[in-house]
Design a protein around this ligand. Structure first.
Ligand SMILES: [Fe+2]
Length: 284
């Protein structure tokens, strides 16, 4: 939905052109077949165990519901997004981590989705970081809506989760395009503080997160390329990303890149949309 009275940024204008070429235009050429086929595809719940040295023993076995890249817009109605959020709620995670791109191009209409996510009863909380698409129209408005719904937005911030005497530190950085930007945001966000879990839309944050000995980083953004070779999730269209789908290691540190619940264009080939349920084990 284009909005009247606001001049779009250059990035938003480029994204609209890309959206026309890869989504609405392509769909028109297919006489609506692409949308019908895409909307008929489900979202898989993917269970993954992650063993991370340095993960706090008190939180051994924590189940994180990791959702990302919902992209509410032409390819994801608010109603469909709420159904997906209900799938996540039914998995009863201890904690919900949403690594961004809640919206595709524009934020108006995303409020009920933000409310549905915040309503998931995860005992250790509900966290969100902004993705690049969230910032295309207005990152401030996405931040405001998600926060108002009751989710903790980690915009270069660290949250302390306490359970009795035990502590889990969750850091989150705002959208950062390059490894250097990721590094700078991580350094200014956590300084010399110990962080157990980092949320970053961009998986390019992982090298520096590992250098800072953060046991686990969660990311999205790549969508796993949306098109991959059969049984080779890494051989995909996200060629600009060394780590684009699934679990990665760097020394003792771990990265999980979810391929996302929504889409950038209406084709997914060997890369089904997912919600990840991550069970984190202490590897010490
Ligand atoms: Fe995305």
């Amino acid at each position: 939905m284009a909005r009247i009275g606001k001049k779009p940024s250059v990035r938003l204008r480029k994204a609209r052109i890309r959206h026309f070429l890869l989504t609405t235009g392509l769909n028109r050429l297919s006489r609506g077949w692409l949308y019908r086929r895409h909307h008929a595809e489900g979202v898989e719940i993917v269970e993954q165990e992650i063993i991370a040295a340095g993960w706090p023993k008190a939180f051994d076995g924590l189940r994180i519901g990791h959702i990302s890249d919902i992209h509410v817009g032409d390819l994801m109605s608010a109603d469909r997004a709420i159904e997906i959020v209900e799938q996540l709620a039914a998995a009863e995670p201890d904690m919900v981590c949403n690594t961004g791109d809640l919206v595709d191009l524009y934020w108006p209409g995303v409020e009920p989705v933000a409310e549905a996510i915040a309503a998931i009863k995860a005992p250790l909380g509900n966290f969100f970081v902004l993705g690049n698409h969230d910032e295309l129209d207005s990152g401030e408005d996405v931040d405001r809506i998600v926060s108002a719904a009751g989710t903790t937005v980690l915009h270069d911030d660290v949250a302390l989760i306490t359970r009795g005497e035990d502590r889990l530190r969750v850091g989150g950085i705002g959208w950062s395009r390059t490894p250097a930007q990721c590094r700078q945001r991580i350094d200014t966000t956590i300084g010399d503080e110990r962080v157990d879990l980092l949320l970053s839309h961009n998986p390019k944050a992982f090298d520096h997160a590992a250098a800072k000995n953060i046991p686990l980083t969660l990311s999205g953004h790549t969508h796993g390329g949306q098109i991959a070779r059969r049984n080779k999730p890494d051989a995909n269209l996200a060629v600009a990303y060394r780590r684009s789908a699934g679990l990665y290691e760097h020394g003792d540190c771990r990265l999980y890149v979810t391929v996302g619940a929504g889409s950038l264009f209406p084709i997914r080939w060997n890369v089904p949309a997912e919600i990840a349920i991550l069970t984190v084990r202490c590897g010490d």
